[in-house]
Design a protein around this ligand. Sequence first.
Ligand SMILES: [Zn+2]
Length: 349
Amino acid sequence: MAVEAPQGAAAVAFGSSSGRAVGSRPSESLLDGSHGSPVGSWPRNLAGITILQSVIQSWEEGTAQLGLSPSKAEKTVAAGMAAVSMTVILGNGCSSRLWTDSWAPVGPLCHFEPNLFAAISNAGRRRSVKDGLFQNRWARDIVGALTTHADRFTWKWSADGKYSASSTYRAFFAGLTVLLGAKELWKTKAAPRVKFFLWLALHRRLWTADRCKQHGHQDDDACFVCGQAAETSDHLFLGCVITRELWFSLLAPVGLTALVPEGAEDIGPWWRPQRQRLDHDARPSFDSLMLLISWSIWKERNNRTFSRAVAGTQELLRNVVREAEDWVQAGFETLAVVCPIWSCNTVVM
Ligand SMILES: [Zn+2]
């Protein structure tokens, strides 16, 4: 069953502006190797032919009657149009060609495996899907060498294409982002649970009031410690007035008031430059102090939230000093130098 179409319309549709005819089917001419790589083909059986196929066929037949020959550009355009426009829904495989019709998800196999297609005989190139797959006839159609080159394996993770363990290791971390403060955190002398707590804070994964509100667990995101701002990790550990007072009370006795945080900042980006203002030997103590204050504020915040127990500023300071002494006794001796100074001050207060 062929659908007839106006010959003139088909000629316009496929670029025959000169009015010259195309004497052969695009894919036929390409399959014989005279016009570069193959781009399409016609089913011999026209059952189920599409409207587009019938238009192309009418155009070819009409122009052939005029005795005109097509230009190479016209053939290429027509064949290319046919190739990109037609796909085959495979039925019994009798009408569609194995190598040049687009019946597979990857498109025409001649495009998918050009080296293999180049080794297929002319008769093999015209086989239908059914014939080609029957008893693996397609394999017997291979008449030439697939390639003259030996197989070559390239490693995509190195510039020279060669495998290396280092490039493989780097590939495992492709797209990794650096968490500021994480490197310092894991080197700090403190209990593992305290490190893990601050690691969550760096990732903004603590259940602070603002995060609880975002998840619909509560309506109010006010800070449980000061009640003056939204309770984020940045506010709670650096910006809260109670926290800053604590920082000041602990840094003033050792002459480091310049390091007192001035407001809510990202914890990681604030921590690194602050510690770099100190001598190399003093940095471990500052790192431990960073975790000590954050941990103490978090415990105070939880006491106020869940136990309704509020510690005054001085009591909170004494709790922090006692916690520091416990850390020293537990073997985290980076605070051993400053603990006696803090103890004297809290006793005086
Ligand atoms: Zn606050």
